[in-house]
Design a protein around this ligand. Structure first.
Ligand SMILES: Nc1ncnc2c1ncn2[C@@H]1O[C@H](COP(=O)(O)OP(=O)(O)OP(=O)(O)O)[C@@H](O)[C@H]1O
Ligand SMILES: [Mg+2]
Length: 263
C-alpha cells in the first residue's frame, strides 16, 4: 500500500534520515520504533509531505506522491494524527471530528456564504455519516456533544483518531497514539486501532514507544536508530535482534518487553 524508498533528509549538517525504506502492506499494522531522536516523526513528515527529503520516493497504492503537497496526499487517501494533541477547544467532539472532512466538502469556505443551504445539508449528511460509521466504532457516543477540552486525555486522543478516519483513508499514520496514557487507556486505544483495521482493512503505520503495544498489535516492525534503519521483521524477530537491543541500551524504552496486548 505504501512504499517509502531510500529517503535522505538533512537539516543543515544534521542527517535526520539516511537510506530509510519502509514498505507498509495493505491491511497490516506496520510500526516504526527507535530511541528518542531516531527520526520517526521526521519520517512521518516526509510521508505526509510536510518535509521534502533530499532524495527518495513515497509511493501510495502505486502512485508516486513524492512531489505532492500534504493536502493533495490527503486526497490520495493518507491521514495522520500528531505526536501532540491538536484539537480545537471550545468546539464539540462531533465538530472536531467533522474538521477531518474539510477538504472533502464540496462547498468550499468561500462559496459557503453564498450557498448556505447546500452547505448545511452537506454538514448534516456528514454528521449523520460520522455518527453511523465512526462515533459508534470508537465508542464516542456519550461524549459527542461535549467540548473536547472537558474530556479525559485518553478520550481526546481517541477524538483525534476519529478525525483522522473521516476521509476513510487508505493509510493511517499514527504518531505515538498512546503517549501519556494510563494502562487502561492504552489497552482501549490498541483495541480501537485493531478494530479500525479489522473493520475497514485500513493500512496502519504506527510510531510508538510503548513496546508492549507495538509488539502486541504489529504485523511488521521497522527499527530506526540515528536516522538509519537497523532492523525489520516480525515483533519476535525484532525483539531478539542484538542490534536493536544495543540501540535501546541506555534509553528509557524497553524493546524486549513482553507482549501483553492481544491483537
Ligand atoms: N524541523 C527540524 N529542524 C531541525 N532539526 C529537526 C527538525 N525536525 C527534526 N529534527 C531533528 O531530527 C532528528 C530526528 O527527530 P525526530 O523528531 O524525527 O525524532 P523522533 O524519532 O520522532 O523522536 P521522539 O521519539 O523523541 O519523538 C532530531 O535530531 C531532531 O532534532
Ligand atoms: Mg517523534
Amino acid at each position: 500500500m505504501l512504499r517509502i524508498d531510500d529517503i535522505q533528509l538533512a537539516f543543515g549538517g544534521l542527517k535526520a534520515l539516511s537510506g530509510v525504506s519502509v514498505h507498509a502492506q495493505a491491511g497490516k499494522i506496520t510500526s516504526v520504533i527507535g530511541p528518542n531522536g531516531a527520526g520517526k516523526t521526521s519520517l512521518f513528515n516526509v510521508i505526509s509531505g510536510f518535509y521534502r527529503p533530499q532524495s527518495g520516493s513515497v509511493v501510495l497504492d502505486g502512485q508516486d506522491i513524492s512531489k505532492l503537497r500534504p493536502s493533495q496526499r490527503a486526497y490520495c487517501g493518507m491521514s495522520r494524527t500528531f505526536q501532540n494533541i491538536a484539537l480545537f477547544h471550545g468546539m464539540s467532539v462531533l465538530d472536531n471530528i467533522k474538521l477531518g472532512a474539510h477538504t472533502n466538502l464540496k462547498s468550499g469556505v468561500l462559496s459557503a456564504g453564498f450557498r448556505l443551504a447546500k452547505t448545511r445539508r452537506e454538514e448534516r449528511e456528514l454528521s449523520a455519516e460520522i455518527q453511523r460509521s465512526i462515533i459508534g466504532l470508537l465508542e464516542l457516543d456519550h461524549v459527542q456533544h461535549h467540548h473536547v477540552e472537558d474530556l479525559a486525555y485518553g478520550l481526546q486522543k481517541r477524538v483525534e483518531l476519529a478525525r483522522a478516519l473521516v476521509m476513510k483513508p487508505k493509510i493511517l499514520l499514527l504518531d505515538e497514539p498512546v503517549a501519556g496514557m494510563n494502562s487502561e487507556e492504552k489497552r482501549e486505544m490498541s483495541r480501537f486501532i485493531v478494530d479500525v483495521r479489522n473493520n475497514w482493512q485500513t493500512t496502519v503505520l504506527l510510531i510508538e514507544h510503548d513496546m508492549s503495544m507495538v509488539m502486541g498489535i504489529s504485523d511488521h516492525v521497522v527499527v530506526l536508530s540515528f536516522g538509519k534503519p537497523i532492523a525489520s521483521g516480525t515483533p519476535d524477530q525484532v525483539q531478539a535482534n542484538p542490534e536493536v537491543i544495543k540501540a535501546y541500551l541506555g534509553s528509557n524504552d524497553e524493546p524486549a518487553a513482553s507482549a501483553t496486548v492481544a491483537a
